[in-house]
Design a protein around this ligand. Structure first.
Ligand code: C2E
Ligand code: MG
Ligand code: MG
Length: 290
């Protein structure tokens, strides 16, 4: 199952390492070339409903991959910030939207496709117009597209962010709150902004099984989501134990290596789980399933 090896495990950079100015400059140049030379790819990771006995695919998330001819696979956690700092996030983001919508429109199954949006790109002001154009060009139904936004995107100018978000929602496109629980978070945000989904960050999901405080907060978030009518998706699920725990807590959606690694899927088949059987695998070791 070589193709199931996680592409991110062969990343040559550590997101924690701050790149030097010269390195960033070089990377920005290389990224510009990458856009022109077709070195970028989108991988897709399935998003599941967690209901019993077997979960079903609810959609998938597009994750950007860059294979540099010399450096190998570079993580988006490294090159997206570089693109943001060098005025490249506009063209990069546009490429992602066009690719993701064209891919999704070609799938046999009408799955939803979720696309990550950089805060810089979100605040640009041109986004609603671009999205409208891309949907027309690709023929993708707007309700099949969901943007993944972080709180960082809206925190600096909430009024303007809300305007942009409303324009996007008027097009029929969904908006998810990504990285939730990874840092700053306010109830105000959830109340004011019409999010369609909350994505609980992996770091937070990992803590739920280990300390009571995290579990208590998790329950509060689920209750909040339920009363606001916003589904909560738990990210980074790697084991059946984690999945069972989330199910017991009535968390309805999940994503993670347990169901499938990000994979290329521009063919007509659309997103597939690598191990759908996992959903009713009971107490078996996840390693035997992956
Ligand atoms: P994210 O949107 O929170 O994406 C989830 C990340 O967790 C992805 O990393 C995914 O490969 C990884 N992941 C998924 N399941 C598991 C799991 O079970 N275990 C572990 N350890 N990891 C898991 P990736 O692809 O490296 O992306 C990192 C971040 O880069 C994303 O976080 C997103 O914020 C950003 N990003 C990715 N693609 C794009 C893009 O097209 N545009 C923009 N602006 N940002 C992107
Ligand atoms: Mg995301
Ligand atoms: Mg996320």
């Amino acid at each position: 199952h070589a193709k199931h090896t996680s592409p991110e495990s062969i990343c040559f950079y550590d997101a924690e390492i701050a790149l030097e100015v010269r390195e960033r400059r070089q990377m920005a140049d290389a990224l510009k070339t990458a856009l022109e030379e077709n070195e970028l790819e989108l991988y897709y990771q399935v998003q599941m409903t967690l209901e019993k006995p077997s979960g079903t695919i609810n959609g998938c998330e597009a994750l950007l991959r860059w294979t540099h001819p010399r450096l190998g696979v570079v993580s988006p956690a490294v090159f997206v910030p570089v693109a943001e700092q060098n005025g490249l996030i506009g063209p990069l983001g546009e490429w992602v939207f066009r690719r993701a919508c064209a891919d999704a429109a070609a799938w046999d199954t009408p799955h939803r496709v979720a696309v990550n949006v950089s805060p810089v790109q979100f605040m640009d002001g041109n986004l609603p117009r671009l999205l409208h154009e891309v949907l027309l060009d690709t023929g993708l139904a707007p309700e099949r597209l969901e943007l993944e936004l972080t709180e960082a995107a809206i925190i600096h100018n909430p009024t303007r962010s809300l305007q942009i978000m409303r324009q996007i929602k008027l097009l029929g496109i969904g908006v998810a709150l990504d990285h939730f629980g990874s840092g700053f978070f306010s109830l105000e945000t959830l109340q004011t902004f019409p999010f369609d989904r909350i994505k609980l960050d992996k770091a937070f999901v990992d803590r739920i099984g280990h300390d009571r405080q995290s579990k208590a907060i998790f329950r509060a978030v689920l209750t909040l989501g339920e009363s606001l009518g916003i589904p909560v998706l738990a990210e980074g699920i790697e084991t059946t134990d984690q999945m069972e725990l989330l199910r017991r807590e009535n968390c309805t959606e999940g994503q993670g290596y347990l169901f499938g690694h990000p994979l290329p899927c521009s063919d007509a088949e659309g997103p597939q789980t690598q191990n759908l059987k996992v959903a009713h695998a009971g107490g078996r070791e996840p390693s035997s399933l992956l």
